[in-house]
Every structure is written in structure tokens, then in C-alpha cells.
Ligand binder design. Structure first.
Ligand code: FE2
Length: 230
């Protein structure tokens, strides 16, 4: 009789345990789905924001997407572990978010900037860093790319005149991709350069403006870039 009772009790416990397990599993699945949905919404918002920013000074609005594709390819070559970080793409897309604080009279000025206007323009990485720091969830890496994307390997860039490996790697990668995209895109004052020509120009600035290791990676993926441009 006692054995029967013990068995019934054990079965009851087993059943309760199973119910708890199913409840726990279902709530974990619901939380995972909600998180995925949140991540998708965040990614869509970042893309929309990047496209909206672009329209202010680029009629095509496609620069951020193009430069992001090249920068991600470079990141995969230079530092696969960095390329695996989901925040990296958002960092590249939002690199110029600080331009939102630059007046049209400077941002869209057709002629050369005065020294004062140039100083204002060169504030955009710092403005951008302040903006992304206020958005929870955007992460430190985004701020690093935003604030350092105009720094030069030899310390002659802005805004902090960082040099060499003091410049975050993601920003060094982005700077090379940005130059490549600028050279291979049409500008109001000149037609796009060919991929070969752009690679040679960037190669000349390895060790001064750009991290030589990243330039080497750009040259090594040159074949893919040529096919993409064709
Ligand atoms: Fe910029």
C-alpha cells in the first residue's frame, strides 16, 4: 500500500514538473521571439534613419548602404571576430549621424569652406557620438565608429588627432571603405574613378591617412569590388 502511495506521489510530482517545464519553455520562447522582433524593429529604424540622413546631402541616399557593404566585407577580411558583432553594421550605417547638427549653409555649401565653417563641420563626429550615447541599446562600438571615422593613421585627422592603433579598428576599416566609395561614386565636380584607379589612390595613402593592414585587405578583395562595380 505504501509503495502504491509513493508511486502515486512520484507520478504527481513528475506531472507537476512537466507542467512547470512546459510553462517555462513557452515563456522563454515568447521572450526570445519578442527580443527578435525588437532587434528587427531596431535594425529597420537604424536603416530608415541612415537613409533619411543621407537625403540631406546626397540626392541618391545610397552612400550609407554602399559604404556599409564595402566596410563589412573589409571587416570580414581584417578581423572576422569584429565582423561577427551585430552592432558593426549599425555603426557603419550611422557614421555621419552628427551631420544632423550641422547647418545647411555649411553642409550644402557648394564652394570651399572658410576655416571657421570647416571647424564647425569637423564637429560632426563629436555631435554624433553624443547623439548615439543617448540612445539605449546602440552600444559603445557605434560611438567609436561615429567619433573616429575621420581620424588618420598618422594622427593628422579629426576631431581628436588619434593615431595608429589608438583609432578603434572598426573606424580604421570604415575610413578606407568611405574613401573607396567616395572615389568610385560620381560627384558633381567629377565622374567616378574606376576601381583600379581608386585602389591605387588609396594605396598611396597607406601608412599616412589609412591603416596599411586595412588597405592591404582592400586590395586583396579588389576582384570582388571590381565585379560589384561592373
Ligand atoms: Fe563624416
Amino acid at each position: 500500500m505504501e509503495a502504491e502511495l509513493a508511486l502515486a506521489q512520484s507520478l504527481k510530482y513528475a506531472e507537476e514538473l512537466r507542467t512547470l517545464y512546459v510553462r517555462e519553455r513557452d515563456s522563454r520562447r515568447a521572450a526570445e521571439e519578442a527580443l527578435l522582433e525588437l532587434e528587427r524593429a531596431c535594425a529597420a529604424t537604424v536603416r530608415a534613419l541612415a537613409a533619411a540622413l543621407e537625403l540631406r546631402d546626397d540626392a541618391t541616399g545610397a552612400h550609407a548602404e554602399r559604404v556599409t557593404a564595402v566596410a563589412l566585407r573589409l571587416a570580414l577580411k581584417v578581423a572576422p571576430e569584429l565582423a561577427a558583432e551585430p552592432q558593426l553594421e549599425h555603426a557603419f550605417l550611422l557614421h555621419d549621424i552628427g551631420k544632423i547638427g550641422i547647418p545647411d549653409s555649411i553642409l550644402l555649401k557648394p564652394g570651399p569652406l572658410t576655416p571657421q565653417e570647416r571647424r564647425t563641420m569637423e564637429q560632426h563626429p563629436l555631435l554624433g557620438e553624443r547623439i548615439v550615447a543617448r540612445v539605449p541599446g546602440l552600444g559603445e562600438q557605434i560611438g567609436q565608429v561615429v567619433v573616429a571615422h575621420h581620424e588618420h593613421w598618422d594622427g593628422s585627422g579629426y576631431p581628436q588627432r588619434l593615431a595608429g592603433e589608438a583609432i578603434p579598428l572598426a573606424a580604421r576599416i570604415f575610413a578606407v571603405a568611405d574613401a573607396f566609395d567616395a572615389m568610385t561614386s560620381d560627384r558633381p565636380y567629377r565622374a567616378a574613378l574606376g576601381v583600379e584607379h581608386a585602389l591605387a589612390e588609396i594605396g598611396r595613402c597607406a601608412g599616412t591617412q589609412f591603416d596599411p593592414g586595412v588597405v592591404e585587405a582592400l586590395v586583396s578583395v579588389g576582384g570582388e569590388l571590381r565585379r560589384a562595380a561592373a
